[in-house]
Design a protein around this ligand. Structure first.
Ligand code: PDD
Length: 281
């Protein structure tokens, strides 16, 4: 069935939606994106995603071409027109179309595209098996740009080995998953995840999970960890808007928590879904 998508002020059937071949998103990956989860046909953490979007745009000397109220309306309209109950809304904003030039063009009309993708997010998860791989991305991973070839290639290395995903490693330490933040849980129940910097994306789900964990009086340590430390952990997991909390049950061939989701991850996952259902708008 054809989806209704949003392109530059219009709602259109997906087959009629077009973007110029001169769009700088296509030519230079000169654009940013956001992914907001949809649960019970409502948006999860919309304000957090808009704040990060504005920051990403600002870092690339761009502006939000639409007010945040209008953006919320477009998201809601897409949910309605596509009868989306659970899944995600993808949003991309580029610098727009211009003659090809490495220098930023002046006064281009930015391109804005939004589309929906249905996906079960709240169903119980059996856990993923991951491998480690070198982090070959650029140095500003805190900006959510559309240049996703490096993580895509890295994901394909995992797939070629029959695994689900990869944790990327730089200077001996895990940065994050190809499209998710990475965590381990120590035998004492402490949650460890990489501290915020330009090395990783500042996950909106990450912020929510750390807040939840703190409210549950769980100990949290934001620091880098190695694959070896992760393999010796009691549990491991990843978070993302399109995965919520997903248990990691194998790292480079070493099984964790008996090859099944452990108690801490299971509890965090349930709580996150409960809280998201309550706060979704
Ligand atoms: N990816 N790290 C990376 C590299 C990511 O691409 C993502 C999200 C995250 C988690 O961020 P958040 O919790 O805000 O979704 C961390 C999205 C879902 C994607 O590219 O599809």
């Amino acid at each position: 069935m054809s989806r209704t998508v949003y392109v530059n002020d219009s709602f259109l059937p997906e087959e009629n939606a077009t973007v110029s071949i001169f769009d700088r998103g296509f030519l230079f990956a000169d654009g940013v994106y956001e992914v907001t989860a949809v649960l019970d046909s409502k948006l999860v953490d919309f304000a957090g995603h808009v704040t990060r979007l504005e920051r990403s745009l600002n870092e690339l000397k761009m502006e939000l071409p639409i007010s945040s109220e209008e953006l919320l309306n477009v998201h809601r309209e897409l949910i309605k027109r596509n009868n989306l109950e659970e899944g995600a809304i993808y949003l991309q904003i580029t610098r727009g179309a211009a003659d090809r030039d490495f220098a930023f063009p002046k006064d281009t009309k930015q391109t804005i595209v939004l589309f929906t993708q249905a996906k079960p997010l709240s169903a119980p998860k059996s856990g993923i098996r991951i491998i480690s791989a070198p982090d070959i991305r650029w140095g500003r991973r805190d900006i959510k740009t559309v240049q996703l070839l490096a993580p895509s290639l890295t994901k394909m290395i995992a797939k070629a080995e029959g695994k689900d995903d990869a944790w990327m490693v730089e200077d001996g330490f895990v940065t994050e998953g190809t499209s998710c933040n990475a965590y381990i849980v120590t035998k004492e129940g402490k949650i460890i995840t990489r501290d915020l910097s330009t090395s990783i994306l500042h996950g909106i789900t990450r912020a929510a999970i750390l807040k939840l964990a703190a409210e549950m009086d769980m100990e949290i340590e934001e620091r880098a960890f190695t694959i070896k430390e992760a393999q010796q952990a009691a549990e491991a997991f990843v978070t993302a808007a399109t995965a919520f909390v997903n248990p990691v049950i194998e790292i480079d061939g070493v099984e964790l928590s008996g090859g099944a989701p452990g108690p801490v991850v299971t509890r965090l996952s349930q709580l996150y879904i409960e809280e998201s259902r309550k706060a979704a708008m």
